[in-house]
Design a binder for this molecule. Structure first.
Ligand SMILES: Cc1ncc(COP(=O)(O)O)c(C=O)c1O
Length: 453
């Protein structure tokens, strides 16, 4: 007999951890819960503010994952929440008449975007922004081919997955979109070759590959790609879903090289982590080529795209980002943080490399060729992240496509003291573990202890 039931919100917020795990096991993704439980991860969080979270027994946690960088202002920024509260009596969704907040957000995005990027399309996620950008490029150029990078990540909807370059995510979904070529990341000659061989609508790249393990391309890469794209009449789409809005120390990562792409995709930090929102921003010229007639005005749209609440959150987040110079702060805090982590890497062989820009940081724990360590080889970063949680109440995770790299994406307004807490905790974990086998054993012990405690 089914025990499915309808809950009220009041009932739902009083569920304990066992109750929550049961609902997720039964009604959502049982395998994911198995995975999280095998690492001893789930907690019952009841409060979130800035970089901090609190569980139901009064423990405080520091969040260095921040929803994979979506919480650029930390959890529940009061000014963003207030901006949403200020518009809740207005119509939220499309009422045939264009909304004030949506228009104001588009103007604000044009003001902070490089070069002639002016026109926005609003949607609800990063994948949707990529879908929109790929369709825009096809519509504007009349071509269909897309060039992307191996190990690049652009989302999991079918179009976005087609340009994603990590095969294990794609295997069970083939055939995907045709006419997509993947070339090695960081090599402008590979792009030039590909464009010379066959015309393409667009090249799509991340300025720094995030889920691949925080891979920073060689200096001058994006500039060279921009030049090749111009030469071949191919649009350059930069997926700044992780790197954009201050994360790397500039408002957009392409500004490090003075590159102005034809399209920028944003999402994650756009609403300060308060509402789902995504967007692409493009030039007037490209937009007109694709959609500049009444007949084409509704070719691409999204029911909830540009809704008032999400746009109000995004407007507030942009104002905070500009007013507090969060790109500058990310550059400064990132330099400090990476410096301290680098010093740690010099004392501990297990921490191979500290990579990244601004506050988009990867800690690469790739073990250096010890055959005895093979069983835990691909899990070092995961084991470290688990110990950081079990021993120090610090939340972090390995990158999507590379389980040996911990991704750190603290809020852009993070305090120096919180960065220090992270580094000291990591030092403690590294000091307590010599060798990879020892790491596996002591992680298991830490998980058990935590369960008993
Ligand atoms: C670079 C990049 N592009 C696209 C996406 C997809 O965004 P979403 O998960 O909101 O669909 C992500 C998400 O992690 C991302 O990091």
């Amino acid at each position: 007999m089914s025990n499915d039931r309808i809950y009220t919100v009041e009932e739902a917020v009083t569920l304990d951890l066992d109750g929550i795990l049961h609902l997720h096991r039964q009604y959502i993704n049982e395998s994911l819960i198995d995975l999280l439980q095998s690492y001893g991860v789930p907690r019952r969080f009841i409060k979130a503010e800035g970089i901090r979270l609190w569980d139901n027994v009064g423990n405080a946690y520091l969040d260095f994952l921040c929803s994979y960088g979506a919480l650029a202002l930390g959890h529940n920024h009061p000014e963003v929440l207030a901006a949403v509260a200020a518009v809740t009596s207005q119509p939220n969704f499309f009422v045939l008449s264009p909304g004030a907040i949506t228009g104001a957000l588009a103007s604000s995005l044009a003001a902070i975007s490089p070069g002639d990027l002016q026109r926005s399309f609003f949607c609800n996620s990063g994948s949707e922004a990529v879908e929109g950008a790929v369709k825009l490029a096809r519509a504007a150029t009349g071509r269909s081919r897309i060039v992307a990078a191996t190990e690049g990540f652009h989302g999991k909807t079918l179009g976005a997955l087609s340009v994603t370059g990590h095969e294990p995510l794609k295997t069970v979904y083939h055939p995907l979109l045709p006419n997509v070529a993947h070339v090695p990341y960081g090599d402008p000659d590979a792009i030039a070759d590909s464009l010379r061989r066959k015309p393409a609508a667009a090249v799509i790249l991340e300025p720094i590959q995030g889920p691949a393990g925080i891979i920073v391309p060689p200096d001058g890469y994006l500039k060279a790609v921009e030049k090749e794209c111009k030469k071949h009449g191919t649009l350059l789409i930069l997926d700044e879903i992780q790197t954009g809005l201050g994360r790397t120390g500039k408002m957009f990562a392409c500004e490090h090289e003075g590159v102005v792409p034809d399209v920028i995709c944003v999402s994650k930090g756009l609403s300060g982590g308060v509402y789902p929102i995504g967007a692409y921003i493009t030039s007037d010229r490209v937009w007109r080529q694709a959609y500049g007639t009444k007949k084409k005005a509704s070719l691409h749209s999204s029911t909830f795209g540009g809704n008032t609440f999400a746009c109000a959150a995004a407007l507030a987040a942009i104002n905070i980002t500009v007013r507090e110079d969060l790109p500058g702060r990310a550059a400064e805090m990132g330099g400090y943080f990476r410096g301290r982590l680098q010093a740690l890497a010099e004392r501990h062989d297990i921490l191979g490399e500290v990579r990244g820009r601004g506050l988009m940081i990867g800690l690469d724990f790739s073990p250096q060729g010890n055959p005895l360590t093979r069983p835990v080889r691909k899990q070092v970063a995961a084991l470290i992240a688990v110990q950081m949680l079990q021993r120090h109440n610090i939340i972090s995770a390995y990158t999507f496509n590379n389980a040996n790299v911990i991704r750190l994406a603290p809020p852009l307004n993070v305090a120096t003291e919180d960065l220090d807490i992270y580094v000291d905790a990591l030092e403690d974990v590294l000091d307590k573990n010599s060798g990879f086998a020892g790491l596996a054993l002591s992680t298991t012990r830490a998980i058990r202890q935590n369960r008993r405690g």
